[in-house]
Design a binder for this molecule. Structure first.
Ligand code: HEC
Length: 119
């Protein structure tokens, strides 16, 4: 009986834990507008985003970054990526990434989970 109750508690808690993290599958859909400029494995209008989570900003070889992003001193952890995707120009004034940002925090977390899956 005790084990059955424990199982029920774990089952009840797990979905909450899962919701706090982004959903990579939903993030792939939310990434659609980014594809106009970004790819994985090669630079385009924007830099290659393979392995971007945890990377130092403006460090992708062969890509010409703005002076603003180069001088930002940012490392792309989840918190910095969140602020960046909310509003790139607020996070790094002078950036050349022309993207208004996502107002929806859930959508941002989903995109970050998707980026984290691209190693
Ligand atoms: C209109 C083109 C465009 C769109 C759309 C766009 N980006 Fe960018 N992105 C850029 C450019 C250009 C840069 C380089 C910015 C700089 O040097 O200031 C950049 C930089 C970045 C960086 C920093 C990479 C690094 O190496 O430091 C990340 C992360 C990023 N973009 C993610 C995204 C995501 C996620 C989306 C979609 C939600 C997106 N971008 C939409 C053009 C775009």
């Amino acid at each position: 009986m005790r084990y059955i109750m424990l199982g029920a508690i774990v089952a009840a808690l797990f979905p909450l834990a899962a919701q706090a993290e982004g959903d990579a599958a939903a993030g792939e859909k939310a990434f659609a507008p980014c594809k106009a400029c970004h790819a994985f494995g090669k630079n385009g209008v924007g830099p290659n985003l393979t392995g971007v989570v945890g990377r130092k900003a403006a460090s992708e070889e062969g890509y010409t970054y703005s002076a603003a992003l180069k001088g930002s001193g940012i490392t792309w952890d989840e918190a910095n990526l969140h602020e960046w995707l909310k509003n790139p120009k607020t996070k790094v004034p002078g950036t050349k990434m022309v993207f208004a940002g996502y107002p929806d925090d859930k959508k941002i977390d989903d995109v970050i989970a998707y980026l984290a899956s691209k190693k």
